[in-house]
Design a protein around this ligand. Structure first.
Ligand code: SF4
Length: 493
């Protein structure tokens, strides 16, 4: 079994994770955000130009070809090589960026995060171990990560987009530690029987382990890991004291913080509807009533002026609306053209579609409000109208957040992802799984971010499905609002 830098890092987080990845890959759950991963790749590609012209070692399944190409490129006295590849005793690594000056090498590991994490040190320590073991001299080892304060103005400035952190001393010192780790990993991986490894903070840190569902498959359904808002370390502390369920908690007489206690009790409770409270929420709404939902995407490498890495850029909205108490439900929508800054198009259409002084409902309004505020700050000519919309937004999440309406199928959560199926368990028209291609915000985000790269007919398929997805978001809000009215004014009149 040969190691790579990603396998080594997986094993540093938890050796069993790597064992399962090799022996039971089918038990892996999808925990990665594809949008973030895609952007990560894009960051790596852009960073290749950080030190000017370079020789790129193309990826090849046949790693020995990459090793050969690297050897050839290293014959240059001074050279920048990307994906330079090396192997020492079955330990393979490709270096993101390698600079050679005479017989001294500098290596740079590129990360799409905005700060230095401990696991990056493990990653680059492994590479330095391989290179030092092969007899190379390391002049510098550094982590290249995103500078979140960079705001694009005109041409992309790679020196400002990236921060370079020199970690040479620590990673050179780590050589013996890496050697010992590799030995331990190799011994561990030889086990034929599944190793017994208890869960712990390593399951969540530095990354969410994709085998957490598998490793906790024998825990009762309502367990401490389902408590909303509880620190992960508290969850694991309870677990390690053999406190798994609500009953265990009661028996052990453990004081949870009040909020967490309520959250956990909710996991065990039956339906509860506080009609006076829901009525008083509904009384804050008025006609015309608009239901608004935005979709946004992020760029780690900003493509447009005024954009920062990770900034939320709105590209789409759906709007259901009812003009009068007995009016019919109508719908408007907007989806920006791809490949251009969508914000101005969207802001212009939004002020056409939502008149001033109307009541606007959002689910978890802080998101919609922040998008509108950013647009208002960006476009002074639209500011007054946008801020009027902003100040008239009400939050449909309130009755659920305040627990004025809950049932145990909400699993203690007030997120629309839980509330909607709990209220409408059998309504196929409200089931996101029945949509094609786009089923959640992350898929919408990554689909739009990559839209311009697709063929025309593929683009139009994605656009149709983005519209359907976003329309369902606001339609779901309409149905939730109707349900609240129904419980207050129909069934309990
Ligand atoms: S869930 Fe935890 S114990 Fe299981 S493999 Fe992942 S990190 Fe290891």
């Amino acid at each position: 079994m040969s190691l790579s830098k990603s396998k080594y890092c997986n094993a540093i987080q938890c050796k069993k994770m790597l064992w399962l990845d090799i022996n039971k890959p089918e038990m892996k759950e999808d925990v990665a955000n594809q949008g973030v991963l895609d952007n990560g790749t894009e960051v790596g590609i852009v960073a290749k130009d950080l030190f000017g012209s370079h020789i790129d070692i193309e990826f090849n399944e046949n790693l020995s070809l990459m090793l050969e190409d690297t050897k050839k490129a290293l014959k240059n006295k001074e050279v920048v090589i990307t994906e330079a590849s090396f192997v020492y005793k079955n330990n393979f690594c490709s270096v993101d960026i390698l600079k050679k000056k005479g017989n001294i090498l500098e290596i740079y590991e590129v990360k799409s995060s905005t700060y230095l994490k401990d696991i990056y040190i493990d990653d680059i320590s492994y590479q330095v171990y391989v290179l030092l073991s092969l007899g190379y001299k390391i002049g510098k080892a550094a982590i290249v990560h995103i500078n979140s304060n960079y705001i694009r103005k005109g041409q992309l400035n790679l020196n400002k987009l990236f921060t370079i952190e020199d970690v040479t001393d620590i990673v050179v010192e780590n050589k013996t530690k890496v050697e010992k780790n590799i030995e331990e990993i190799n011994t561990y991986l030889k086990q034929k029987k599944e190793p017994k490894e208890d869960i712990g903070m390593q399951c969540k840190n530095p990354y969410e382990c994709p085998f957490f569902g598998y490793c906790t498959r024998n825990l009762p359904e309502n367990n401490v890991f389902k408590i909303n808002g509880m620190r992960k370390s508290t969850m694991f502390n309870l677990y390690h004291k053999n406190i798994y369920t609500y009953e265990d908690l009661l028996k052990a007489d453990i004081d949870l913080k009040a909020k967490q206690q309520i959250e956990f009790e909710l996991l065990n409770k039956e339906d509860y509807i506080n009609i006076p409270k829901i009525k008083s929420f509904l009384d804050t709404l008025s006609f015309p009533l608009y239901f608004l939902d935005f979709e946004t995407f992020q760029q780690l490498v900003p493509e447009y002026d005024g954009v920062k890495p990770f900034m939320k850029i709105p590209f789409q909205y759906s709007l259901h609306y009812i003009e009068t108490e007995d009016g019919k439900l109508e719908h408007k929508e907007f989806l920006a053209p791809s490949g251009e800054d969508p914000r101005r198009f969207l802001a212009l259409q939004l002020v056409k579609d939502i008149p001033v002084d109307v009541c606007v409902l959002a689910y978890n309004m802080s998101f919609e409000k922040s998008v509108i505020k950013d647009l208002a700050n960006l476009y002074p000519d639209l500011k007054e109208h946008l801020m009027n919309i902003y100040s008239n937004i009400k939050d449909l999440m309130i009755p659920f957040k305040n627990r004025d309406y809950y049932n145990k199928d909400m699993h203690g959560s007030y997120s629309i992802k839980y509330v909607l199926p709990a209220l409408f368990p059998d309504d196929a028209s409200l089931n996101y799984h029945n949509l094609d291609l786009i089923h959640n915000g992350s898929e919408a985000m990554s689909s739009f971010a990559n839209l311009a790269k697709l063929e025309k007919n593929e683009q139009s398929k994605i656009r149709t499905n983005l519209l359907k997805y976003c329309e369902l978001d606001t339609y779901a809000m309409v149905k939730i609002w109707e349900k609240l009215r129904e419980v207050c004014y129909v069934t309990n009149r």
